[in-house]
Design a binder for this molecule. Structure first.
Ligand code: PMP
Length: 411
């Protein structure tokens, strides 16, 4: 596998030419959202300029073209994640909506009081709060699995937590804080052994490593377009077709029906059943272009690059006094590096870095249970992608030394 030609790839992202506070932009927040390559921007322009109309309705040429492109995007997603059929690919707004859809369509339909949903302490709030809402309504029990001493999900604890009442294990593919890959093969085996489903939150995975929903043993998988180089407002829920087909609708409206009278309706087959209203049409076309782009670059090469950058950042930051790092080390860790400068609030760290043109995130990263487990309120977080260079990590390290020393002198 060839190394990425990062300097060439950088030219695909116009925003990387920007300067911020008179310094070259160093964008280290790809885990929050990715920047967009020209191929995606051009696909949006081309679609709006030449082919735009509403989908699935008109008998006229433009509507047929728009529908073809929208459905081609669905097929592209299916190929990208190796879905057995495109009918099992539902367009939603983002990963959050995908999980809420499952909680409503599956959870409210299938669960009874005392049923259990197993999550881990390292889930994003998007994979906790929908279950809390369901629990309040259905008296379902949410059970959390802790991290082990090595900073990964404790699989022995998970085995002990999963039991005869477990109906779903809902967990991340790649952690948005720890950067680590979850051992989904083992988790799938544990879930399936008791007849539970496995829902995978792939928000941090799809743009970073090859994803094959069948090989993973997932029953449902969600991700957001905006984290894979595509526009905001488009996301994907994939679920096994026989499951999806057995769930009632989540939202009602146009597009998702078969027949409607004043008193009642019957519903379309999947995926239309779960796509009420006018969808994010151009955004789906943009997602298609983003997935083509990622395939062109190569997911194996992106993952190798991510891991190398993660390793390099940890090595450089470990060499500094006064910096605390979080998360495990190893080949199962990608390009997400949470850290704190001792005695300095992460928001102050992020603001000081911004003054030098460096964009990092600071806060609880929508993972408050994980922050508690790590014994912190919040952290700063640098996250990398295919356009990130070792030189940018060097810039981060240089500026962190300045920040650390400034606050030490002024403490
Ligand atoms: N899960 C994980 C692991 C995430 O990192 C994020 C985004 N930070 C989400 C879910 C939610 O994504 P979105 O806000 O696009 O729905």
């Amino acid at each position: 596998m060839a190394d990425l030609d990062v300097m060439r790839l950088r030219r695909d992202f116009p925003i990387l030419e920007r300067r911020v506070h008179d310094a070259p932009l160093v964008y280290l927040d790809s885990a929050a959202s990715t920047q967009k390559p020209t191929a995606v921007l051009d696909a949006l322009q081309d679609f709006y300029r030449g082919h735009y109309a509403n989908v699935h309705r008109g008998a006229y040429t433009l509507s047929a073209e728009a529908t073809d492109r929208f459905e081609a995007a669905r097929a592209r997603v299916g190929r990208f994640i190796n879905a057995p059929t495109d009918r099992s690919v539902v367009f939603v707004r983002n990963a959050t909506e995908g999980i809420n859809l499952v909680a409503h369509a599956w959870g409210r339909h299938e669960l009874v009081a005392g049923d259990e949903i197993v999550v881990t302490v390292a889930e994003h709030h998007a994979n906790l709060v929908p279950w809390h809402l369901l629990a309040a309504e259905r008296k379902v029990v949410i059970r959390g699995v802790p991290l082990g001493g090595d900073g990964r999900v404790d699989l022995d604890a998970m085995a002990a937590t999963i039991g005869p009442r477990t109906r779903m294990v809902a967990t991340f593919h790649v952690s948005n804080v720890l950067g680590v890959v979850n051992d989904l093969a083992r988790i799938a085996a544990m879930a399936h052994a008791v007849g539970a489903l496995l829902l995978v939150d792939g928000a941090q995975a799809v743009a970073h490593l090859p994803v094959d929903v069948q090989a993973l043993g997932a029953d449902a998988y969600v991700f957001s377009g905006h984290k894979v180089g595509a526009p905001t407002g488009i996301g994907v829920l994939w679920a096994r077709e026989e499951l999806l087909s057995s769930w009632p609708p989540f939202m009602g409206g146009g597009e998702m029906i078969r027949t409607v009278t004043v008193e009642s309706s019957t519903y379309a087959d999947v995926p239309a059943r779960f796509e009420a209203g006018t969808p994010a049409i151009a955004e789906a076309v943009g997602l298609h272009a983003a997935l083509d782009y990622l395939d062109g670059v190569g997911l194996d090469a992106i993952w190798a690059h991510d891991r190398e950058l993660g390793r390099y950042a940890l090595e450089r930051l470990q060499a500094l006094d006064g910096i605390t790092l979080y998360g495990p080390e190893g080949d199962d860790r990608g390009g997400i590096v949470p850290f704190n400068v001792d005695g300095v609030h992460p928001h102050d760290v992020a603001s000081a870095l911004d003054a030098a043109g460096i964009a990092v995130r600071a806060g609880h990263h929508c993972a408050q249970p994980l922050m508690s487990a790590l014994g912190v309120q919040s952290t700063a977080r640098a996250s990398f992608w295919l356009h990130t260079t070792h030189g940018e990590i060097d810039r981060l390290v240089e500026e962190l030394v300045v920040v650390r020393d400034f606050f030490a002198v002024n403490a």
